[in-house]
Design a protein around this ligand. Structure first.
Ligand code: 1PW
Length: 212
């Protein structure tokens, strides 16, 4: 995979993360997020604190997946089942993988909430409902911001103001000229939405949506 962001690559990873029976595979989910980190990195250093947090969350999931209990982390569904059964959900002891006190479920919940933000933001851009800075702030206030303390909300607000205008932003997606990129975006939003909805239902069913 190249270092350059590609929207199509992200769509493909999230699509591949969905099994026929609507399980979500961890490896492809993480791959999708790795792609998004490239976008964050291309947005400049003001997005560095966001990118760092995402990278950190991904490395926790990767180490759980690569650890001795890795087979249980094949899918989000198997992770939830395993961590619930083993009493690990609230942050158990995973000594071998070096993730003591941090559960896969609570880590993924952070990414899950962020995916909603991304879905709202990209949806707004694809429908041309405003400029990227405005749409990104709006999407954030409708989703992730309620889970963040003031200091993060204000840093995020500053970063969003640095987002480029619509056409340069669309070009950064590496999906062709703006009209074509809009089309690809239009295809991305439902895929992100499906992954989001399945995860939301899974977490809600097991009462995991407020994990500390
Ligand atoms: C323009 C493309 C945007 C796509 C990616 C969106 C990623 C959003 C991540 C926001 C992270 C803000 C800074 C970190 C905050 C953490 O405190 C917070 N993490 C998240 C992902 O919300 C909560 O994690 P914590 O502190 O409970 O481990």
């Amino acid at each position: 995979m190249s270092e350059e962001f590609s929207l199509q690559e992200v769509i493909d990873s999230f699509k591949l993360s969905l099994s026929d029976s609507k399980e979500i595979f961890m490896d492809q989910y993480v791959e999708g997020w790795r792609g998004l980190v490239k976008l964050l990195n291309s947005l400049g250093s003001v997005f560095g604190f966001i990118s760092k947090d995402v990278v950190n969350k991904l490395s926790i999931l990767v180490s759980l997946r690569g650890g001795p209990e890795g087979a249980h982390y094949l899918s989000l569904q198997s992770m939830v089942q395993y961590e619930l059964q083993s009493g690990l959900v609230e942050g158990g002891d995973h000594p071998a993988s070096g993730t003591r006190g941090v559960s896969g479920c609570r880590t993924l919940l952070r990414l899950h909430r962020a995916l909603r933000w991304l879905q709202l933001f990209l949806g707004g851009v694809s429908r041309d409902e405003g400029t990227p800075p405005t749409l990104c702030s709006l999407a954030y206030s409708q989703s992730l911001s309620q889970h963040h303390p003031w200091v993060i909300r204000s840093a995020a607000g500053l970063a969003f103001r640095m987002l480029p205008p619509r056409d340069p932003f669309l070009r950064m997606l590496n999906a062709g000229e703006p009209p074509q990129a809009v089309e690809v975006l239009g295809g991305a939003v439902p895929v992100l939405g499906e992954v989001y909805t399945i995860t939301e239902e899974l977490y809600s069913k097991h009462d995991l949506l407020n994990l500390p």
